[in-house]
Design a protein around this ligand. Structure first.
Ligand code: F6P
Length: 333
């Protein structure tokens, strides 16, 4: 009898969805939080916001969200729930504490918004029995299972605008400008930015390069062909822009300056694409929950949002850059 009463009470309890953002922030995270919150509320769920990512989860840094608490954030960069990289959550003890908090707050499903590390964190919670949905958001766009991760488009636009400006001054002074963009382990930003800004040299961590053949020869050939300024785009994973600039100047005699775009690329108002896809992904996340498809990653492929098994998504290899690099080589001569 007592058991029956308990299960009736359980049945009457509104299901709760909690949302967190983790790892490096990305423009579009706010749009995803807003879409999840509003779709979930209109479907009858209770919604919680976990502040400061997994760090906030194990500490119980959790607030109520309603439709109004996510007003006025769609057009803002960053994440209003804040983010962190948590060392404690990565430990067995931290993970257990986080699981404990999901029980204390009656969290039925956790929606985790972030990059690869965030998805792996979500998987470790899923393995402990906490249902999760992952929305990919990282300016690096390096999650193999999805063609698009939130923040990439805005970051590219920010970097391209900066490089257009650098080209003006490089051209006036007939200089070479070395620009370091983000991407510790991946070259998607460098590739996109390099192609879209017409860079003469493009360096990514996925591909080895030879200084003499790939940089010096290209720049000297370009100079002999009449070019009077040059842009070298390199991902941060390849090395340091100021060292590269010194080397180029020493070896080619071309006056060279360096710029590290750094965290500029992570901020700013989300582009149309990031607002649109974050909204689609947020709605899709709640749809998956309603349909009982849990432990999934929301993915974007061929212009459409879908969801796939999280373990499968994490096992998907990186998308190859090879063809695009070849294309870049051909058109930047
Ligand atoms: O957001 C992705 C990324 O920008 C990487 O390109 C970079 O290596 C890393 O995050 C640095 O972030 P943080 O300094 O916040 O750890």
């Amino acid at each position: 009898m007592e058991e029956e009463l308990l299960s009736n009470k359980e049945l009457k309890r509104k299901k709760t969805i909690a949302i967190l953002t983790s790892g490096g922030d990305a423009p579009g995270m706010n749009g995803a939080i807003r879409a999840v919150t509003r779709t979930a509320i209109s479907a009858g769920y209770n919604v919680l916001g976990v502040r400061r990512g997994y760090h906030g989860l194990w500490r119980g840094d959790i607030i109520d969200l309603d439709s109004r608490s996510v007003s006025d954030i769609l057009h803002r960069g960053g994440t209003f729930l804040m983010t962190a990289r948590s060392d404690t959550f990565a430990t067995e003890e931290g993970l257990d504490k986080a699981v404990g908090m999901t029980e204390i707050f009656n969290i039925d499903v956790l929606v985790a918004i972030g990059g690869d590390g965030t998805a792996r964190g979500a998987k470790s919670l899923a393995d402990k029995g906490v249902p999760v949905i992952v929305i990919p958001a990282t300016i690096d766009n390096d999650i193999g299972a999805t063609e698009y991760s939130l923040g990439f488009d805005t970051a590219l636009n920010t970097a391209i605008q900066a490089i257009d400006k650098l080209r003006d001054t490089a051209s006036s002074h007939e200089r070479c400008s070395v620009v370091e963009v983000m991407g510790r382990k991946s070259g998607y930003i460098a590739l996109g930015v390099g192609v879209a800004s017409g860079a003469e040299v493009l360096l990514v961590p996925e591909e080895d390069f030879d200084f003499d053949d790939d940089i010096m020869l290209t720049l000297i050939t370009d100079r002999n062909a009449g070019k009077r300024h040059y842009i070298v785009v390199m991902a941060e994973g390849v090395g340091n822009a100021s060292d590269m600039a010194k080397l180029i100047e020493e070896r080619t005699g071309i006056e060279t300056r360096s710029t590290q775009l750094g965290y500029l690329q992570r901020g700013g108002a989300p582009s149309f694409r990031d607002r649109w896809i974050s909204s689609l992904m947020g709605v899709r996340a709640v749809q998956a929950i309603i349909d009982g498809r849990l432990n999934r990653m929301i993915i974007h492929k061929n212009g459409d949002c879908n969801d796939m098994d999280l373990a499968e998504a994490l096992a998907t290899g990186k998308r190859s850059l090879e063809d695009s690099l070849e294309m870049a080589d051909t058109i930047t001569i």
